[in-house]
Design a protein around this ligand. Sequence first.
Ligand SMILES: *Cc1c(COP(=O)(O)O)cnc(C)c1O
Length: 384
Amino acid sequence: MGLQTESIHAGVSPDKAYGAIMTPIYQSSTFVFEDIGQHRGFDYTRSGNPTRKALEENLAVLEGCSAAVAVTTGMAAVATVMHLFRTGDEIICTDDCYGGTARLMKTMGEQFGISVVFMNLRDEQAVEAAMSARTKAIWIETPSNPLLNLLDIEALAEIAHRHDALAIVDNTFLSPMFQQPFSLGADIVIHSTTKYLNGHSDVVGGAILSNSPELDERIGALVNTLGTCAQPFDTWLVLRGIKTLVPRMRLHEQNAMQVARFLAEHSAVERVFYPGLESHPQHDLARHQQKGFGGMVSFELKGGIEEVNKVLRSTKIFALAESLGGVESLIEHPATMSHASMGAEHRALAGIGDGVIRLSIGIEDSEDLVADLAEALDGTTGHL
Ligand SMILES: *Cc1c(COP(=O)(O)O)cnc(C)c1O
């Protein structure tokens, strides 16, 4: 069945007690046993919960894999997956990953003796040369945040597998609507469901997906052991959000394309980062690997920090806030907000300049979004 049909129906069936068409919120920590050693599939919510299970089944179908676990946040997904590794292991990680991922990898890596090598994964020869017997995973995030650089999942997964390492993909930016990493060779996919999957900026959540009996088992056991599982109400919200994933993603993308085209023509803008533009250096890879270009657009202003601040203060529809993937449009400054924790040195390495502004394009009317940016940018041109 098609993705839109699956997003509404997968994992969901009318409630057995009263026939409720929507999945009930089983907001219960524990479940009554029918007899000694006999329960109805659930005993304690950390180990499993019917609402969470519906979301997990839904997610596994959308991503095309054998198992999914819903966890409290995207960072909980990263932290849980890090527990697959042990002292002495090495992870090769993309150097322009989500700021929180870089921070967690650095601190956990140091504390537990797991070496994390940050590098430009677009340079596949360098990745190949960096692989050693200690390398246990390649951590891929594509498109990257905030510069929308792409990584070739298929090529990197092939390198990983040749060296007995895992290919792990953070698929938050495109969602299964626009990118299906398992079909390109990924072993593990993680999500911050906070973003497009939930889509309404009213929950933080995460997910870990896998596609082999061994990893399914290990990850399920880790989530139960660590207690990183998501709460029933949160999983219900995400399940509800996913029902409109397909039409929302279409609108995010249409609007993003309009905004990117407008910015590309603007005299105050130095560069626009959007894989949907033909000028994007990896536009061909985007067409080949993705089913759509997504809703994130970044751009670099010509002026300095004063111009940046003026734009950030001037938009009326775009709200000044971190995060992304909600129905409402957001504007933010990676160097001082989402990527502040990355540190200046790491940002410079990843090419995230102080003039870069990131937009999460919502599903408002595109003319209104363009007009809002036009007005905010107006004042800046004059200063140059
Ligand atoms: C937001 C985000 C995360 C972290 O997710 P939280 O839900 O905020 O913990 C990880 N990776 C990417 C790409 C993100 O955008």
